[in-house]
Write a protein that binds this ligand. Structure first.
Ligand SMILES: [Zn+2]
Length: 122
């Protein structure tokens, strides 16, 4: 593939991803399945596996997980300038700034400090 074709493909992929993000943001998130420790939510064409905020978690962990869940579904974070991206394969990922309480590394650290097992999936 020459450079021009590659740039055109990248551009059309980027436009497709922006369209998919806009479509997803235009509809509400819908809970599809609830399991003991995680839930599956659907928003537009994207599916999100999100941790359940269990009743027996420390308050600090509940707050951090609420931020994590909200940012994944809404693309907005009260703690940072979160970025939602759609990969080449069409998967949405959410990227928090490194100092944000909802960054996966910070959630793991918080879990270690509070003695809560955090299973990292991303
Ligand atoms: Zn954040």
């Amino acid at each position: 593939m020459n450079g021009r074709k590659a740039r055109a493909l990248n551009r059309s992929r980027r436009e497709r991803n922006e369209q998919w993000l806009a479509e997803a943001r235009a509809v509400p998130a819908v809970l599809m399945e609830a399991h003991e420790t995680f839930e599956l939510w659907q928003r537009g064409r994207f599916t999100f596996a999100l941790p359940v905020i269990l009743d027996d978690l420390p308050g600090e962990m509940k707050d951090a997980l609420a931020v994590y869940r909200g940012a994944a579904l809404d693309g907005r974070c009260p703690g940072c300038r979160v970025a939602s991206r759609v990969s080449r394969k069409g998967l949405m990922t959410t990227h928090h700034e490194s100092g944000c309480v909802a960054h996966p590394d910070r959630l793991v650290e918080l879990g270690e400090r509070l003695g809560v097992d955090i299973e990292r999936t991303s």
